[in-house]
Write a protein that binds this ligand. Structure first.
Ligand code: PMP
Length: 360
């Protein structure tokens, strides 16, 4: 007989987030920055860490880091919230604006956490799928919002895994037409030149998410931040875990954020590599590559091939990419993270060999 009571029935509907992490020499599956932080900045981080009192609780709101982020954007500190990765902020947004009897709108295929967070918090979920070319179904979205029952919307720009940005003009229209909280997830925003940021000044119902996990190479540290009206951040302070951003995270975040301009050249190289991979994929027979404004490229194999077999062939050569072939709308699709030309070359050669029948 089981000695454990069943957990909440809600959990029956949830499968744990599985990034399908596997050890592989070429990690091209998680949209990380392929370059770890080294040199002077690594030295500055080590020095900052040596000063962190480990016996004391961290500042709950990460005041110094929050002030630095606010100053960089010309915002008041109350318009910034720091979290344990963007993931924590997304969960807190759903906790605060969702919940039983509340309604979130997501636009699949997209980052899976929005739907998972909605299910975990018993938030009702509506979906308006992307069109076949992965652009937004603008009319359908506006009509759905006009029904008036949506409390929270997730827009991802650039979208993961499709790579497309959303027009700021359309985001402005959504903000105007609805009082729902519109979360614009710009986790990959540093890889493109589009942002919803200019809309923040005039729209209380806009929240913009950023992370230090991607362009700023801190996926292992877990730091994200939200830019939003004080009326949004003050609600989040009611439900957030007070010490979720450790003193160690805060010290590293301060050092890296202070040097964020130093990442510009690296970001440009990652973008150039992404464009090269996209171009090479478009020239391969039996491959449709989708233009990307992020640090990854989504591509679809023709019916002559199975994405799962391509994934396996790449993995056998030490290359880990992400298989999206079971995601609705992404049949036979894989996503490859770009940025390191040597890794990208290995990926392109291995995929080319697979498509040519395994000869290489
Ligand atoms: N948003 C999107 C679109 C993402 O792809 C990710 C990471 N995969 C996140 C948010 C969260 O990133 P993190 O928790 O590392 O900040």
């Amino acid at each position: 007989m089981s000695r454990l009571r069943a957990p909440s029935p809600t959990l029956k509907r949830i499968t744990p987030y599985d990034p399908r992490y596997l050890a592989a020499p070429y990690q091209m599956s998680a949209n990380e920055n392929p370059y770890d932080i080294t040199g002077e900045l690594r030295g500055a981080i080590d020095e900052a860490l040596a000063q962190v009192p480990l016996n004391r609780y961290p500042d709950p709101l990460a005041k110094e880091l929050r002030d630095a982020i606010a100053a960089a954007y010309g915002l008041a500190p109350e318009q910034v919230m720091v979290g344990n990765g963007g993931d924590e902020l997304l969960f807190n947004l759903v906790l605060a604006w969702g919940g039983p009897g509340r309604h979130a709108l997501v636009i699949p295929p997209t980052f899976s956490s929005y739907a998972a967070d909605a299910i975990a918090t018993r938030t009702e979920l509506s979906e308006i799928a992307l069109l076949e070319d992965f652009s937004l179904d603008e009319q359908a979205l506006l009509s759905r919002l006009a029904e008036g029952d949506i409390d929270l919307v997730f827009i991802t720009s650039p979208n993961n895994p499709t790579g497309k940005c959303v027009d700021a003009a359309f985001i402005a229209e959504m903000l105007q037409e609805s009082d729902a909280l519109v979360v614009v997830d710009e986790a990959y925003g540093e890889f493109c030149d589009k942002t919803a940021f200019p809309l923040l000044a005039d729209h209380e119902n806009l929240a913009i998410l950023h992370t230090l996990s991607k362009a700023y190479a801190l996926a292992g540290v877990r730091l994200g931040y939200l830019l939003a009206a004080p009326s949004v951040t003050s609600e989040l302070t009611k439900i957030r875990q007070p010490y979720s951003v450790s003193a160690v995270d805060q010290a590293i975040g301060r050092a890296v954020f202070a040097h964020r301009d130093d990442f510009a050249a690296q970001t440009a190289r990652i973008v150039a590599d992404r464009d090269r991979v996209f171009q090479a994929l478009t020239e391969m027979p039996n491959v449709t590559a989708y233009p990307s404004e992020a640090n990854f490229v989504l591509f679809r194999l023709s019916e002559a091939f199975e994405a799962e077999e391509a994934w396996q062939a790449l993995y056998e050569k030490g290359i880990l990419v992400r298989d999206f072939s079971r995601t609705p709308g992404l049949a036979n699709c894989l996503r490859v993270t770009c940025g390191n030309p040597a890794e990208s070359d290995a990926f392109l050669a291995a995929l080319g060999a697979f498509l040519e029948g395994g000869a290489s």
